[in-house]
Design a protein around this ligand. Structure first.
Ligand code: PMP
Length: 405
């Protein structure tokens, strides 16, 4: 099992007081904190070898480029991509999905074709597809979830037609916490020749992720949700598919030669990396993954599963509190409301007690609308959180009830 006290000391930000109380950081689904190893790696880059990658002939440029490409290999190994050609650095999940919505859309989507998204997706995995469908006069279809938060996967048989090109689905949901049954759904989609994009923004940090075994066609995630810096993310795609897609943005680094007669694009993955990449973020991401490899994902998962069971039990026992999302297989998320209390009032009171949570629609209006409410309070935890912090959250909710009701 994990030595959580030791792990907490790896995350300097956790050791501080907010409004005179120990910080209880339970907003990990929004962004995770960074271990000292990542913070010092960023310092090392700027202190020792900062230089533009793939361009500079200098020694510094060579070191920085090597670190950047090694970072790509680290990511590849972490998600078990078959080759570094399948792993594109982007600025995050949102950028990766927008890249795909353009490039996949240009290649594979025509008037009357269909894209399916799930009702429980984050706006990042809905809006780019709506924009594509508007542009191409294609049809956006929706796979609903039931009140527990589980996708109604039996409806897929009706939804798939011979015009369906792509299914967009989260690995785990950012409001309800449900882990989606990707194995079954991807198999079903492929039987109908439908490609699958998996949004791993809430999955990569909690679940063992093997894109090759999963057999998804595309997989995306953000570094900042997995203990790495903000502004870096990954688009994984099967090489045979990425090869067929046109580039999204043009500029430096994504070309072999440019002339006014003809421009020849770079090979994968650089074809999709126009402009100076966020090499600091990429190197920081690799450092975060190396840190996790030392702690070992299996240990992290076992600890998080136990903490999740504890937290869901404790919160659901509070009178007058309702948890939204009661799927059997959940990541560390509890989105809840105190009966007759506005979500932002609860959030503000918890904040004054040093407890950081998220409130509102959490960039998932359709999920919130499903329940006919205006927003939720979301507590989300990870392997550096403790049962004691969950107890403090529960005391905070009780105090909020006393103040607000
Ligand atoms: N998808 C999901 C499921 C998310 O939780 C998030 C972040 N809240 C995103 C996509 C978007 O990630 P980013 O803002 O890092 O691009």
């Amino acid at each position: 099992m994990l030595d959580v006290e030791k792990i907490r000391s790896d995350f300097p930000i956790l050791n501080q007081k907010i409004y005179g109380q120990n910080l209880v950081y339970l907003d990990n689904a929004a962004t995770t904190q960074k271990p000292a190893a990542v913070i010092s790696k960023i310092g090392e880059i700027y202190n020792k070898y900062n230089s533009n990658i793939h361009r500079s002939v200098s020694k510094l440029g060579a070191i920085c480029t090597e670190e950047y490409e090694n970072a790509r290999n680290t990511v590849c190994e972490y998600i078990n991509a078959k080759s570094s050609r399948e792993t594109v650095f982007t600025s995050g999940t949102t950028a990766a999905i927008n890249l795909l919505a353009f490039s996949f859309g240009e290649k594979f989507v025509n008037q009357g074709d269909e894209i399916i998204v799930c009702e429980s997706e984050h706006h990042s995995n809905i809006v780019p597809w709506q924009m594509l469908c508007e542009r191409k006069k294609a049809v956006l279809k929706m796979l609903p979830f039931n009140d527990r938060g589980d996708l109604q996967e039996e409806l897929l048989d009706e939804l798939f037609t011979d015009r369906t090109r792509l299914l967009c689905i989260a690995q785990a949901n950012n409001v309800l916490g449900a882990v989606n049954p990707l194995d079954r759904i991807i198999k079903k989609a492929h039987e109908k020749s439908v490609y699958v994009l998996v949004d791993g923004a809430q999955g990569i940090q909690h679940l063992k992720t093997d894109v090759t075994a999963m057999d998804c066609d595309f997989y995306v995630f953000s570094g900042h949700k997995i203990y790495a810096p903000a502004g870096i993310g990954i688009l994984y795609g099967k090489e045979s598919l990425l090869e067929q897609l046109p580039p999204w943005q043009g500029g430096g680094d994504m070309v072999k030669t440019v002339s006014f007669d003809k421009t020849v694009y770079a090979d994968l993955p650089l074809k999709f990396e126009a402009g100076t990449a966020n090499y600091v973020g990429a190197i920081g991401l690799a450092e975060a993954l190396k840190y996790l490899n030392v702690i070992k994902l299996d240990n992290i998962h076992a600890y998080e599963r136990k903490l999740t069971a504890y937290a869901l039990k404790r919160i659901s026992e509070i009178q007058g509190v309702k948890i939204y999302g009661t799927s059997e297989n959940k990541i560390g998320i509890a989105s809840f409301l105190i009966e007759n209390v506005h979500h932002s009032d609860t959030g503000e009171i918890l904040d004054k007690m040093g407890i950081a949570v998220r409130t509102g629609h959490m960039c998932a209006n359709p999920t919130i609308n499903h329940y006919g409410i205006t927003g939720l309070v979301r507590a989300s935890w990870t392997f550096y959180n403790t049962e004691n912090e969950i107890d403090i959250l529960c005391e905070g909710i009780e105090k909020a009830k006393k103040i607000l009701l």
